[in-house]
Design a protein around this ligand. Sequence first.
Ligand code: ATP
Ligand code: MG
Length: 551
Amino acid sequence: MEDNNNSSNFIRNIVGGDLKSGRYKSVVTRFPPEPNGYLHIGHAKSIVLNFGLANEFNGRTNLRFDDTNPSKENSEYVESIKKDVRWLGYDWDELHFASSYFDQMYEYAVFLIKKGKAYVCDLTADEIRKYRGTLTKPGKESPYRNRTVEENLELFEKMKSGEFKDGEKVLRAKIDMLSPNINMRDPVLYRIVHASHHNTGDEWCIYPMYDFAHPLEDAIEGVTHSICTLEFEDHRPLYEWVIRECETENKPRQIEFARLNMTNTVMSKRKLKKLVDENLVDGWDDPRMPTISGLRRRGFTPGSIRRFCREIGVAKANSVVDSRMLDYFLRDELEKKALRTMAVLNPLKVVITNYPEGKSENFEIENNPDDPSAGVREVPFSRELYIEREDFMENPPKKYYRLFPGNEVRLKGAYFIKCSEVKKDEKGDVIELHCTYDPRSRGGNSPDGRKVRGTIHWVNASTAISAEVRLYEPLILDDSEEENDSFLDKVNPDSLKIVSGFLEPGMKNVKPGEKFQFFRHGYFNVDPKCTEKGKLVFNRIVPLKSSFKIK
Ligand code: ATP
Ligand code: MG
């Protein structure tokens, strides 16, 4: 791929070192989403990192659905995740479901019991929590800790065959209730959940806990570097314990990095699901969502997302990234690629009084001033036009160079016009402007060296096509994602504004997903969900400029 992960980061140093030292012969990474929601931009960071490392070191990357929790997972999510990973530009080597390892995991649990390293415990969840102690208080051993191997084997078998209710018993690792690391105080390995699983149906009523399942999944697949987010740093000793005590053939290692947090958005699937369930957005792919499907519908490109993920870097300390940084990479890409067009989003009628009635002509306007190979397009012009309402002021302040009574401006690529008369309705609102044009300024060039300071865009009234244009503001009114549940109060009530605009007639046949620069308005995507025959819908991806700069 054009953009391998070349930026230096500590993980690639570790991986490089492991190959050099011979700890691993080749690199195998995995991207392990839990199919309980759609992927978001934070997952993209993990995807770019995992696939990028494997690409760089000629290794492999698996896509593995971490579906060990029966209740929240479903296959709609599985399909959306596959689609999003592919859309981002990556192809996995092997596709796996953690649930297909349930037999092996069960065998490993039995192996631990036989080694005296796991036991069945009858304490309730509450009791287990109390016995566990705190950071400052040591834990206390469960009264069931010293059951014999035979008794444990028999009870675990009964757990599996459904003889107990949810929560009645668990299987726990026998490690150390005095460990300073709470994760090592006899963590639960298996719990009873009588629920149907999207893959295994009702075959199982015991399910492995993440900390037991994940290292085994990695080991079974021959993953070498198991990259996860920082919250799991304190779980690493347990990860290593499972690998060591289960005596797995492969010995994966866990490496943690800081998760992506971004301003003005929320990034956990749970919160995103809440926005969907409460109908605060139009589904997981709402263009305001930080989901991959939302970003795609909004108009972000895979390349801009990958570049963003690489440029923010991989660190060992949490931080919050300004969401405008993603906008920057989109602009940077589309500036070179997107065709330009004129669109009037808040129209005001202009009549050129000295332009002959019935006459029309075409102007050739460049499709991309930075790229002559993009060619030109024909743009029709006649006596009646639309301009942007904001481009006229009856009583302008100083330094207003656009249209006002008596002032001359350039219509982009067409003529100089001067405003001679302002028409109003009975309420006093401006409804139409009368202007005169200078025929000698054809193409927008000055006939005699006189200067006009303002250039405004326009659309020919009789041939204009109308379109619905959606303008977005941040979904969350906050500077940082905080770990609390009250984020619903911070949902921006004005995050979507829908306007009806006029476009050049050449835009009639655009296709879903095509991207354009609307002169002075920004970059727009043809909405793939709502555009249909006879109805064009555009999403503004980003405005043209931002105060935010990246070197
Ligand atoms: P969420 O809280 O959004 O549900 P998660 O970590 O529970 O996130 P998973 O589906 O388990 O979601 O994540 C799959 C992979 O993506 C994991 O390896 C996880 O570390 C990584 N990941 C998830 N969120 C982020 C993020 N914000 N930044 C970087 N990596 C992330
Ligand atoms: Mg999760």
